[in-house]
Every structure is written in structure tokens, then in C-alpha cells.
Ligand binder design. Structure first.
Ligand code: GDP
Length: 465
């Protein structure tokens, strides 16, 4: 690749390859935030201006920087993907609410597992979500620096360091790593230490690393780049001049701009003055882009101007969009640019995407119906707090299909439909009567609805005693 090619911004031509979007998942305290900070921090300390670009809600690490960080493990000439875009908010709640047309918004996930703590409930939850959305992932076996006797050898590929350790440390680490590989296999994934993996599409690579010392991060970056370059290139081919498609991360009030949406754009581009359709609490919102805003580097003082305006932004990118009428926009909702199609067709698209949201499902759980995506998320959160599993969660009135789904629940406690602010279709009432064993609870106050359900469960328990 010539210098000119390497320097060219990857987003100016049509049909360019976009940056793969990477999300970090894993159990609480296993090191997700530390890992993201370390990747951002080491990229910056490489010292180059433009080593990373801080987007709204995400950090872009260009190929050049990835390559500087990963040393000989990532040679720029082997890649034509422009780098990696890391979503800044770790955790599977944000992962599962951030969806795109095809499933998950993120193209790849990093599942962080503390080597000493091993698999924990949220590790398994994260894997379930990845399984369901078919998202490829890598496991970061984190905190290897805590293995007694372990001598971090910064800068060298982990495999070399690993081979050099004293027997004690090595055995202990080996044991922990094999336990993680075994646990992955219990969850239905064939996994191995990453340097033994031939095909990252079929096998999950486990990368031992320390988010604290940075050891192993070059290896992680190399695996992420290799995985995307080899298996995801076609999905990364986007028409960057085409109408943008993205997902709303957050709705925020900004002084001087009113309600704005923070968006991750995964396809096409958004320009100033574009007409956009954004998913809202009361259905699609049609509006016009007033300003596209990026965080201003080093703007830490609150009184300082915090954003730079840009005229256009192309996928993959995080961007803040200021536009009229965004007060009712929803986190997790789709956003589409209207350019070559009719507004009606785009509205229809957005509506159909709003119609269904799936949350962390297990083999068992209750069925939840709500009037909007926002209230559905609130319901899902309330139920999570009450440790009530959810089998299916959807926007819309209670339909016969919901009764059929609820009746498949293994436990009677879960043969339940919770309807928030929705109607019950008359054929669903017939179905309820016919099935006989499905209970329906309805309310327009979330906590009351959850309480009614909890009381029902408690009463059943008392009756059984
Ligand atoms: P999160 O909840 O998954 O985001 O976890 P954090 O990134 O907040 O990390 C939880 C704790 O583990 C913090 O005290 C970190 O300093 C510590 N930690 C994270 N990564 C490492 C590591 O590689 N080595 C060591 N020794 N500690 C780590």
C-alpha cells in the first residue's frame, strides 16, 4: 500500500470498507472498563496526533494505530479495513438494546473473563446473547498479571511470555485458562487458546491478557483485526455516500441545541440538512438535521464549547445529531436518512424495526408486552431487578401467539403474560380461555405490574407448602 493510500480518509469514496464495530461484554468487575481505557490510553500514548478519534459514544482506532500498538502482529499492508470502532459503554445491557437491522449493532464482541474468577452469571448471559444474535467474539482472559510468580513482559506477544514462566505460575494459569475453555464448551462453543485457532469463524479464540499492564492487548487487537478482515469484510462493504442507517445510543438535552440524539452509524452517511426518521416513544419522528456534532478534543471545562460541527459523517461512526422534535426519541431505536426513497417507505422501515425487541432470553421466563420500546425496556429492567426471567418481550397488544409462547414455559410461574399499557386482542382472549393455564396480568404502572406478578408467585408458593 502506498503512503497516499494509507493517508487517505477511508470514508470519502463510495463502497468503501467501514470500520468494524466492537463491543465489550462480561461480568461486573472482570475488567471491561479497564480494558477499554487501556486500549484508548495506549493508543494515545503512541504519541501520534490522530492516534485515535473520540466519537460520540465510541472510539475509533485507525489501522495505523492498531498496527503501532500490536507491533509485528498487525502489518498494515495485510489489511484493507480502516481500523476498529469501540463502543464506549461496556456491558450486555447496552449490547442487547443496541440493535441494527441484522441483529446486534456491534459486529464483534470481546467477552472479558477474570482468569481467577472464571465464568459468572453475567458471562453466561453475555454468551447467550451472542449466541442468539450470531455475533462472533473473542474471549479476553483478563488479569493474568495477578497470577503469582507472573512477570509481565511488556510489549512481547503473550505466547512468548507465557512459555517463559516458572512452572508454578504457568500451571496455575494453564488451569484457569483451560477451565474457561471448558466452560465455553459447556455453553456450546468450541474454543481454544487463540494461537491454536485456525478458523476464528468456527472456533472462539481465548486471549490471555492484562488490562492493567497491557500485556496481551497487542494479541487481542491482532485477533480482532484478523477476524474482521478474514470473515467480515463483505459485511463491512458499505456505500458511504448512501443514506445513513444507525441506532440511537442516547437522547440528551444539550444547551443551545435542545434535544439531541447520540447515534452509532453503521451504514451510509448523514449530512447537514438531511431529512431523517428516528424511532420515538410515540412512533417514528420525521425531522431535519440541524447540526452534526463531534466532541471537541480536550474540551474539559464545562463552559467551553464542547462540540465541533461537521457537515457530513460516514459509517462507522458515533455522532450527535441536533434536530427539531427529538424530545420523544428513544434509546435503542433505529435512525434512517431519507434520501433516494420516499419518507413513507423509510417510516415503514423504522416502524417495522420498532415492532419487535428481544431481551436476554433463556429457556424459561415470562412474556412481556408493552406499548412502546421505551416502556418495554423499562419493564425488562424492572423484571431483571426482581430476577424474573423473560422469555419474550415485544411491543404491541397481547396476541394469540403470546398465549401460545407463554404456555410453552417449563414452570407454571412463567406461564404468564405481563401487559403494560396494551390491549388484549379478542382472539387472544379466546386463546387464553382455550389454553387455560396461562395467566395474564395488566397494568399501566410498571412497579404495580411487577408486584402483582410477585404476589402471584408468592401465593402459589404458599399454596404448595
Ligand atoms: P468492569 O466492571 O468489568 O468494567 O471492571 P473494571 O474495569 O471496573 O475493573 C474492576 C476491577 O478490576 C478494578 O479494580 C480494576 O482495577 C481491576 N482490574 C481490571 N483489569 C485488571 C487486570 O488486568 N489486572 C488487575 N490486577 N486488575 C484489574
Amino acid at each position: 500500500m502506498s503512503d497516499t493510500d494509507a493517508d487517505a480518509p477511508p470514508t470519502t469514496e463510495s463502497n468503501a470498507l467501514r470500520t468494524p464495530i466492537v463491543a465489550v461484554l462480561g461480568h461486573v468487575d472482570h475488567g471491561k472498563t479497564t480494558l477499554l481505557d487501556k486500549i484508548r490510553g495506549s493508543a494515545v500514548s503512541e504519541g501520534e496526533a490522530g492516534a485515535i478519534t473520540q466519537h460520540i459514544g465510541a472510539t475509533a482506532v485507525p489501522l495505523e494505530t492498531v498496527s503501532q500498538m500490536a507491533g509485528s502482529l498487525v502489518k498494515p499492508e495485510d489489511f484493507d479495513l480502516p481500523g476498529l470502532l469501540f463502543i464506549d459503554t461496556p456491558g450486555h445491557h447496552s449490547f442487547s438494546t443496541l440493535r441494527s437491522r441484522g441483529g446486534a449493532l456491534a459486529d464483534i464482541a470481546i467477552v472479558v473473563v477474570d482468569v481467577n474468577d472464571g465464568f459468572q452469571p453475567q458471562t453466561i448471559e453475555a454468551l447467550d446473547i451472542l449466541k442468539r444474535t450470531g455475533t462472533p467474539f473473542v474471549v479476553a482472559a483478563n488479569k493474568i498479571d495477578t497470577t503469582p510468580g507472573w512477570n509481565p513482559n511488556e510489549g512481547s506477544p503473550i505466547q512468548g511470555t507465557y512459555e517463559d514462566q516458572s512452572d508454578n505460575a504457568r500451571q496455575r494459569l494453564d488451569q484457569n485458562l483451560y477451565e474457561i475453555i471448558g466452560n465455553l464448551s459447556d455453553e456450546g462453543f468450541s474454543a481454544d487458546l487463540y494461537w491454536r485457532v485456525q478458523n476464528f469463524q468456527k472456533n472462539v479464540g481465548v486471549v490471555p491478557l492484562s488490562a492493567m499492564t497491557g500485556e496481551g492487548i497487542p494479541d487481542l487487537l491482532a485477533v480482532l483485526m484478523g477476524l474482521s478482515q478474514r470473515y467480515m469484510k463483505e459485511e463491512m462493504a458499505v456505500d458511504v455516500a448512501g443514506p445513513g442507517a444507525g441506532t440511537v445510543l442516547e437522547v440528551k438535552e444539550e444547551r443551545g441545541f435542545g434535544a439531541t440524539v447520540d447515534v452509532v452509524l453503521y451504514d451510509g452517511s448523514v449530512r447537514e440538512d438531511d431529512t431523517i426518521v428516528v424511532g420515538g416513544v410515540n412512533g417514528p419522528i420525521v425531522t431535519e438535521v440541524r447540526a452534526l456534532l463531534q466532541p471537541r478534543p480536550n474540551a474539559e471545562i464545562r463552559t467551553e464549547k464542547r462540540f465541533d460541527k461537521v457537515e457530513e459523517v460516514a459509517a462507522a461512526a458515533g455522532i450527535k445529531i441536533a434536530a427539531p422534535d427529538l424530545d420523544d426519541a428513544m434509546a435503542g431505536a433505529p435512525i434512517r436518512v431519507v434520501r433516494d426513497r420516499s419518507v413513507e417507505a423509510v417510516i415503514e422501515d423504522v416502524e417495522s424495526e420498532l415492532a419487535e425487541i428481544e431481551v436476554d432470553t433463556e429457556e424459561e421466563g415470562v412474556v412481556v408486552k408493552a406499548d412502546t420500546l421505551g416502556s418495554l425496556e423499562a419493564m425488562a429492567n424492572a423484571l431483571r431487578e426482581a430476577e424474573v426471567p423473560i422469555l419474550r418481550a415485544e411491543v404491541g397488544d397481547v396476541a394469540p401467539r403470546d398465549v401460545a409462547v407463554a404456555s410453552t414455559a417449563r414452570e407454571d410461574d412463567h406461564k404468564v403474560i405481563l401487559g403494560f399499557n396494551v390491549d388484549v386482542l379478542s382472539n387472544a382472549e379466546d386463546e387464553l380461555e382455550k389454553t387455560g393455564d396461562v395467566r395474564l396480568f395488566e397494568d399501566d404502572v410498571i412497579y404495580q405490574l411487577v408486584e402483582e406478578y410477585e404476589e402471584f408467585v408468592a401465593e402459589r408458593k404458599r399454596a404448595q407448602q
